[in-house]
Design a protein around this ligand. Sequence first.
Ligand SMILES: Cc1cc2nc3c(=O)[nH]c(=O)nc-3n(C[C@H](O)[C@H](O)[C@H](O)COP(=O)(O)O)c2cc1C
Length: 427
Amino acid sequence: MPDNPLDVFVSGANFAASKRFSRGKMNQRRVLLAVTGGIAAYKAPELVRALTRAGCVVRCAMTPAAHEFVTPLVLQTLSGESVVTELFDLTQESEIGHIALADWAELLIVAPATANTIAKLAHGLADDPVSTLALATRAPILLAPAMNVNMWRHAATQQNLEVLRARGVRCIGPDSGELACGWDGEGRMSDPVAIADAAALALGSEGLAGEVVLVTAGGTREALDAVRYLGNRSSGKMGFAIAREAARRGAEVILVAGPSAVETPSGVRRVDVESASEMRDAVFSELDRATIVVKAAAVADFRPAEASPRKIKKEDLPAGRGVTLELVQNADILAEVCRAKGDRIVVGFAAESHDLVEAARRKLARKGCDLMVANDITRQGAGFDADDNVVVFVWPAGEIEELPPMSKSDVAAQLLDRMEKLRAGKG
Ligand SMILES: Cc1cc2nc3c(=O)[nH]c(=O)nc-3n(C[C@H](O)[C@H](O)[C@H](O)COP(=O)(O)O)c2cc1C
């Protein structure tokens, strides 16, 4: 049996898909996504995108019931691969072949996984494309259950899951919340990005296994009085993307985050802080174990010399008078971390509005880190709060690498590729 029995079927459409999406850590990993007939099937296309964005080659299979909720055409268009919809279809069987497809997969994800399909898998039934593939494959299986809360809590479903878990099947979710059926409770399918993260763990992309990666993200808030603060426009998206990618690569990840609306990636320990001084304390209390430190947070350089414990009120000031703020400097966390560097790798970020590379070179020399990631905050569609970024890697010996515009997830993947090489002594 060849390693990849379906190589022969890798079509032009797949090549187009691989060009369209950039490569993450799951580069070319072969994922079979099985979609079953739950309402959450409408999120399956999003999951295909999350997986292809992370670099996977995705093929989809569906139960007949899944057709009621999502069309094969959507899955085919997004994956760039034909979709298995029938067990007894001459064309599909001759093109793909269910056993060849089961052998091809490095991971089978069932998302959403209905109560019915979970029951079939637990009992070894094989009467539709999904249950047959699940029985035939030797790949690990990841289930993302989604159903009404009472179906989820039913002893039959729970016992079926116990049987499957005992066989090594992994499960992500379900999450709690408002359900499509009108009930509130457990039963919502996990977010597609969280499922993609779980897929990376299941696939064992372990380039950073054994590393402890400490990431800082977001902006800080420097209190002015009981209700006001000085802040900045950092959203935390860049640092969170790095934390997610590091966890996907098998690292233990500690994310020290200023206030941010971004969801905590799976497998990441998040420590919430507000001010620069809280961030400094959190970083130093975690630093000992860290082998890689990435300081992507936008830490305030200054804070008000005094913060009033009460709200400053207009009525307390002479009529028409404003308030003059005295600002004092905050600790330079990056420089302090570099002074305590030892043999860990330290990466800094430099958000600049002009003289990008020169400013980053000066900052790198001043602080003494191993890499400075410079980004031009004046570039349209990049920088603060954007989903994309345009960065230049500035190295201590003076070399620079200018990356084309790309998503923050892709910047994270590029950065961690460099970290893997440095840790392996190949940098
Ligand atoms: C509107 C609607 C929504 C449904 N949503 C779910 C669901 O979220 N989870 C589930 O387990 N079953 C759900 N069902 C029931 C399944 O569709 C049904 O059990 C079906 O046999 C599942 O088949 P499959 O597991 O082969 O895909 C739903 C049914 C309907 C009519």
